[in-house]
Design a protein around this ligand. Structure first.
Ligand code: ISE
Length: 338
């Protein structure tokens, strides 16, 4: 039996997920599209013949056609949607971030624990990127010794006008706050932001690129170049430095072309193609797990930890020197299921 999924939010990511579930995911169908904007809703419904359209989530849940929910609305609407889905006792894949601040993320964690079942998976898709998975294995198998440092590069060609300074952290470095501890096997203890020369071509209201430094409790030091006006394309790369070697992931791959005295390899234009396979694998893993009554990726508690790191990161945008990050112990509810 197909898992009947309601996709909530039919913007760029929501529409992408509707198409993915309708065309490439096994064992699931889009049964509902929840989107208040009529034109967007209609466009998404074209991608999923047979799905019903709703203006709000309560109506969709009351209709009885929903077994699981994929939340892809802007972050400020996540808390409400998650509390509604938890109350209905349904599995949910929530696009990043869990919520936009530690307080609301903690409320979601508490509501999940009160329900007694782990229902939330957070959409940090980098954990489903094959090269990230391979690098994580190198970190734990230690063929080149212990991990010492990570140099991460997160580059966007451009960002929309609505993208403000704090989004460098809350919308973009948010991914590294999940992926880095997962890769490096530690806990973030401090975040610092440094400003190089400003890119004169950045939108006027942004001061970027930025360099984010993270310290982990296992001694690993991480630098993240966060750059959102690089124009040439989209790149997410990591170089890992070990005691006896180096590993790199995320570099351009594919057709190499020699032409007119130049050598070129195509690179990505945005995250929908750079992480397409990771998104596919993430949603398939979630669908399979939801049918088995479990989750297969970052938990609500992981989402909460990221929210705490982001709050420190936002403070670090306006602080000289490192801002400490204090994370609570993992509640037994999550530790037992980890
Ligand atoms: C966007 O929201 C994403 O999640 C992308 O992965 C990231 O690269 C981009 O900077 C964000 O704005």
């Amino acid at each position: 039996n197909d898992l009947r999924v309601a996709v909530v939010g039919a913007g760029m990511m929501g529409a992408d997920h509707v198409k993915r579930i309708a065309t490439t995911i096994a064992g699931a169908t889009v049964s509902a599209v929840v989107e208040p904007d009529g034109a967007r809703r209609a466009a998404a419904l074209e991608l999923a013949p047979g799905a019903a359209g709703f203006a709000d989530l309560d109506e969709a849940l009351a209709s009885g056609v929903v077994d699981a929910v994929l939340v892809a609305t802007p972050g400020q609407f996540h808390e409400d949607a998650l509390l509604t889905v938890l109350a209905a006792g349904l599995p949910v894949l929530c696009e990043k971030p869990l919520t936009q601040d530690p307080e609301s993320s903690w409320r979601v964690v508490e509501a999940e624990m009160a329900g007694g079942r782990q229902l939330i998976q957070v959409g940090f898709m980098r954990r489903f990127d094959r090269e990230y998975e391979e690098l994580r294995k190198v970190v734990s198998a230690k063929p080149a010794g212990e991990l010492v440092m990570l140099h991460a590069r997160h580059r966007n060609a451009s960002v929309p006008d609505s993208y403000v300074q704090t989004m460098l952290i809350n919308d973009s470095v948010v991914h590294e706050f999940d992926a880095v501890p997962w890769l490096a096997g530690g806990v973030v203890t401090s975040v610092e932001v440094k400003y190089p020369r400003r890119n004169s071509r950045s939108p006027e209201h942004l001061r970027e690129p930025i360099l984010v430094l993270m310290e982990l409790d296992n001694g690993v030091l991480v630098d993240v170049e966060m750059n959102v006006s690089i124009e040439f394309g989209y790149q997410v790369e990591t170089e890992a430095v070990f005691e006896q070697g180096v590993a790199r992931i995320g570099e351009p791959a594919g057709l190499q072309l020699w032409q007119r005295g130049r050598f070129s390899v195509a690179d990505h234009a945005d995250f929908t193609t750079r992480f397409r396979e990771a998104y596919d694998r993430q949603v398939q893993a979630w669908v399979d797990a939801a049918k088995a009554g479990t989750i297969a990726g970052p938990s609500a508690f992981d989402g909460y930890k990221v929210a705490v790191c982001c709050a420190a990161g936002v403070k670090a945008l306006e602080t000289t020197g490192p801002v400490p990050v204090e994370l609570p112990e993992m509640p037994a509810f999550y530790a037992e299921r980890a």
